[in-house]
Design a protein around this ligand. Structure first.
Ligand code: NAD
Ligand code: DAU
Length: 349
C-alpha cells in the first residue's frame, strides 16, 4: 500500500497522471491536491472521481500548515508534484503569481515532506515535474541533455528553474530522496485553450483569427500527454534517486508548419474545403523573450529505463483534434466567463 500525493491533478497533465495511477495501481491511495485555479477542472476526472482509491482535496500548495496536515492525515509516502502556473504569456503579464506558486509552493511541499519523513527516507520519493524551458533556447542544431546549463528567459521558466534548484538543494542538503524530470511541449485532451494547439483548434472551428507570434518560425518538440504520463509512471517507479531525466518526443515542428496541419485536419473533419481556414492566419507581435527552439534528447530515459513515446505525431494530433471537436461541452465550459476576459486582454489590445 502506498499513499501518493499528486499536486495539480485537476490540470492538463496532472489529470492524465491521476487517471493512469488510479486505474493502474488499485493498491495505491491517490490524493489529488489542487487549488482549482482557472486551469484546474474537475471535469477532467469525471470518469475516476468515485474510485475508492482516489481522494480530491481542494487546497493551495503554498498553505504550508494545510499541506503538513495532509502529509500527516494521509501518511504520504510519495509526491508527484505538478501544480504550477504554467502559461508563459501569463507569466509575462503577472510574474508574481509564478514566483508564489512555482517557487514558494514547491518549497512548502519540500519542507512538509522533509518534516513528515523526519530523515527516515526509506521507500519515500519527492518527484518534481519540470520543463525543458529551464534550459533556455537552442539555435538550429543540438539538443538539451540532462547536463545542459540552466538559462531560463521567461518569468515562467525562471520560476520553474528556481523550483528545480530548490528540489535539488533539499537532496544535497538534507538527503531528501528526489527525482526531477524536464519535459517538452505536451499536447492532447483537456489542455486549456490558452496554449497553442487547443487555442488554434478552437479558433479554426469558430472562424476566428489565428494569432501567430512573429513569423511562426519558432520550433517546439511535441509529446502526446499520455506518453508523458507513462514516462512519469516509469520514472516514479524505476528512476534513480537524485537523478534528472529529460522527456521528449524527438518530434520537432516549426509553429507555422504545425498550424497548417491543424488547419488541414480541422477543415477536413468539419467538411470544409481543405486549407480554406489558412486565411485565418494572422501574424501578430512576437512574444517578448520568445525562445527560438526547444529540442530534448531523451536517450537517457530510453537507455536506462526503457521508456519511449508510443504514438506517432500524426496519430496523436488527429486523436487530439477529434477530442476537441467531439467534447464540445468541455470546450464550452472552459471558454465561457473569465476565459473571454483573458482572451480580450491578450489578443485584442
Ligand atoms: P496546467 O496549468 O494545465 O495545470 C496546473 C494545475 O495546477 C491546475 O489544475 C491548477 O489548478 C493547479 N494549481 C495551480 N496553482 C496551484 C496552487 N497554488 N496549489 C494547488 N494547485 C495549483 O499545467 P500543465 O500544463 O498540466 O502542467 C503541469 C506541470 O507540468 C507544471 O509543473 C508544468 O510546469 C509542467 N510541464 C508542462 C508542460 C506542458 O507542455 N504543458 C511541459 C513540461 C512540463
Ligand atoms: O516546453 C514545455 C513548455 O511548453 C511548458 O513548460 C509550458 O507549460 C507550456 O505552456 C509550453 O510552453 P510554450 O510557450 O512552448 O507553449 P505555447 O503553447 O504557449 O506556445 C507554443 C508556441 O506557439 C510558442 O512558440 C509560442 C507560439 N504561440 C503561442 C500562442 C499561445 C503563437 O504563435 N500564438 C499563440 O497565440
Amino acid at each position: 500500500m502506498k499513499n501518493i500525493l499528486i499536486t495539480g491533478g485537476a490540470g492538463f497533465i496532472g489529470s492524465h497522471v491521476v487517471r493512469l495511477f488510479v486505474n493502474k495501481y488499485p493498491n495505491y491511495n491517490i490524493i489529488n491536491l489542487d487549488a482549482l485555479t482557472y486551469a484546474g477542472n474537475l471535469e477532467n476526472l469525471k470518469d475516476i472521481e468515485n474510485k475508492s482509491n482516489y481522494t480530491f482535496i481542494k487546497g493551495d500548495i503554498c498553505e504550508h500548515d494545510a499541506v503538513k496536515e495532509i502529509f500527516s492525515k494521509y501518511k504520504i509516502d510519495g509526491v508527484i508534484h505538478l501544480a504550477a502556473e504554467s502559461h508563459v504569456d501569463r507569466s509575462i503579464k503577472n510574474p508574481f503569481a509564478f514566483a508564489q506558486t512555482n517557487i514558494m509552493g514547491t518549497l512548502s511541499l519540500l519542507q512538509a515532506a522533509k518534516e513528515f519523513w523526519k530523515d527516515n527516507y526509506k521507500d519515500k520519493l519527492f518527484y518534481h515535474i519540470s520543463t525543458d524551458e529551464v534550459y533556455g533556447s537552442l539555435t538550429e542544431n543540438g539538443f538539451f541533455t540532462e547536463d545542459t546549463a540552466y538559462d531560463p528567459h521567461s518569468p515562467y521558466s525562471a520560476s520553474k528553474a528556481s523550483s528545480d534548484h530548490f528540489v535539488r538543494s533539499f537532496h544535497d542538503t538534507y538527503g531528501l530522496p528526489i527525482i526531477i524530470s524536464n519535459c517538452s511541449n505536451n499536447y492532447g485532451a483537456n489542455q486549456f485553450p490558452e496554449k497553442l494547439i487547443p487555442l488554434f483548434i478552437n479558433n479554426i472551428c469558430k472562424n476566428k483569427p489565428l494569432p501567430v507570434y512573429g513569423k511562426g518560425e519558432n520550433v517546439r518538440d511535441w509529446l502526446y500527454v499520455e506518453d508523458h504520463a507513462s514516462a512519469i509512471d516509469v520514472i516514479f517507479h524505476q528512476g534513480k534517486i537524485g537523478e534528472t531525466y529529460n522527456v521528449g518526443g524527438f518530434n520537432e515542428w516549426k509553429n507555422i508548419d504545425l498550424i497548417k496541419i491543424l488547419i488541414k485536419t480541422v477543415d477536413t473533419l468539419l467538411g470544409r474545403e481543405e486549407g480554406s481556414s489558412e486565411s485565418l492566419i494572422t501574424f501578430v507581435n512576437d512574444r517578448a523573450g520568445h525562445d527560438y527552439r526547444y529540442a530534448i534528447d531523451s536517450s537517457k530515459l530510453k537507455n536506462e529505463l526503457g521508456w519511449e513515446p508510443s504514438l506517432q505525431f500524426e496519430e496523436g494530433i488527429e486523436k487530439t483534434i477529434k477530442w476537441y471537436l467531439e467534447d464540445k461541452e468541455w470546450v464550452k465550459h472552459v471558454t465561457s466567463g473569465d476565459y473571454k476576459k483573458y482572451y480580450d486582454e491578450m489578443y485584442t489590445k
